[in-house]
Design a binder for this molecule. Structure first.
Ligand SMILES: NC(=O)c1ccc[n+]([C@@H]2O[C@H](COP(=O)([O-])OP(=O)(O)OC[C@H]3O[C@@H](n4cnc5c(N)ncnc54)[C@H](O)[C@@H]3O)[C@@H](O)[C@H]2O)c1
Length: 410
């Protein structure tokens, strides 16, 4: 189904098989969260850290040129997005390259998503995948029956979490879960090792340290462990692999003690490891659902670009008007009853802040993550043969893909 959608990855490991597998995963991911796209994926087998910014721009623009020449990026054919090793900056270069080659296409901005706000992006896109991981976990913990299946209880508050990869997805997931849900991120596994702190790490502190020093080693916030991957095997409530594929495999699966694993990365658990973990009763929230926040908000961005409006403007005005009426009413009541209340300017400002594009994006994403989880769990609990959430996720999405083929008479 066109347009198709998927991330563009810059990493030395990129190869044809990986790109094809990830494109197939995108098809099912889009179907699961009901975004109207087929799946695609792109990649360059380069390590972005080997190139300076100017060189990277030249590489990205040339790549975009070759794709656009063949209609392999186009608002109605293929709409890429960021993935490992790429971000807003690369998407802005791609959008600009496409626009230069298609000067009369008024929809050119919709040729790629994940762009910076000042280049046609949407509020909340950078954080979207990590935010989606947070919303997915929040929804999981709203279902005590599911929480019990993982051998857990209660809410996210106080839960011990280990995160692998403090990049775009891992950083935002870790930050929101620790700052907003009361979870404790006790270990972060990065390329050069892991950082451990039983009381919970300061995510922004660790992120700043990595930005300055290129790794977690020496960060004063926790204890450095050279063999980072050993931390995948530490006991914890929730494990969030948010870096590479295949990190939980036949080598280490027997030793992984997490009760719940949420696949923030694509394919972090190999098929063999999946079988072992399922037999042991580990609950796995599968990638095609867990990291669908990015594609969901990308869809909002694409719609925004095609409709040529700035989302939130109408809603903000309406909400502002309603809030103003309430504030005025409160002040009138107070004066009538001689209560002498005075609403502080700070209160009024805070009260009026609850509207706009970011709020619209967040509530749309939250709704998507809630609904998709509920669709999956309904199938999961409907039949003993549906042993886990991954099978349920595929049943839901394959059913939707099949229905769309049938509708077309294929
Ligand atoms: N960015 C998105 O919107 C998005 C959407 C869906 C899925 N994903 C998936 O999430 C995963 C991460 O993507 P990202 O965009 O956060 O990438 P990123 O490049 O921003 O971050 C990856 C992080 O993993 C770390 N890392 C690399 N090798 C490692 C290793 N061997 N051990 C531990 N850490 C290592 C890197 O240092 C980096 O901090 C990928 O599987 C990607 O396909 C990303």
């Amino acid at each position: 189904m066109e347009p198709v959608k998927g991330g563009i990855r810059f990493a030395p490991s990129v190869n044809q098989d990986e790109v094809e597998a990830l494109a197939a995963l995108m098809t099912f991911k889009c179907a699961l969260v009901e975004t109207p796209f087929g799946g695609s994926k792109g990649g360059l087998s380069i390590d972005p850290r080997d190139w300076d910014e100017h060189e990277l721009e030249q590489i990205t623009r040339r790549f975009a040129y070759e794709l656009a020449k063949r209609d392999l990026i186009h608002p109605s054919q293929n709409v890429p997005a960021p993935d490992m090793g790429t971000g807003e900056r690369e998407m802005a270069w791609i959008a600009d390259q496409y626009a230069r080659m298609n000067t009369t296409d008024i929809n050119s901005r919709a040729c790629v998503t994940g762009k910076p706000l000042n280049a046609g992006g949407i509020a909340g896109r950078v954080e979207a995948t990590g935010r989606g991981v947070q919303y997915a976990l929040q929804e999981f913990f709203r279902h005590p029956e599911d929480v019990k299946k993982a051998g857990l209880e209660g809410t996210l508050d106080g839960k011990v979490i280990i995160v692998q990869g403090l990049g775009n997805v891992g950083y935002h997931a870790a930050k929101f879960l620790s700052e907003e849900d009361g979870a404790k991120i006790t270990a972060i596994i990065e390329r050069d090792g892991a950082l451990v702190n039983k009381d919970g790490l300061n995510i922004d502190g660790v992120r700043d340290w990595i930005a300055q020093h290129g790794g977690v080693k020496g960060c004063p916030d926790g204890t450095y462990v050279e063999d980072g991957s050993a931390l995948l095997e530490e006991p914890c409530d929730v494990l969030i692999p948010a870096a590479l594929e295949g990190v939980i495999n036949l080598e280490n699966a027997e030793r992984v003690k997490a009760k719940l694993i949420i696949e923030a990365a694509n394919g972090p658990i190999t098929a063999g490891a999946d079988e072992i973990l399922n037999k042991r009763g580990t609950v796995i929230i599968p990638d095609l659902y867990a990291n669908a926040g990015g594609v969901t908000v990308s869809y909002f961005e694409w719609v925004k670009n095609l409709s040529h409006i700035r989302f939130g403007r109408m809603e903000k005005r309406q909400e502002e008007a309603q809030h103003m009426m309430l504030v005025t009413e409160l002040e009138r009541l107070s004066a009538d009853k001689g209560l002498g209340w005075e609403l502080s300017e700070n209160f009024k400002k805070k009260y009026l802040e609850g509207a706009g594009e970011l709020q619209l994006v967040r509530s749309g994403l939250d709704d998507t993550m809630r609904t998709s989880y509920q669709d999956m769990r309904e199938v999961w609990h409907s039949n003993d043969k549906v042993e886990n959430l991954r099978i349920a996720a595929y049943l839901v999405s394959i059913g939707r893909v099949a229905a769309s083929y049938r509708a077309k008479g294929l």
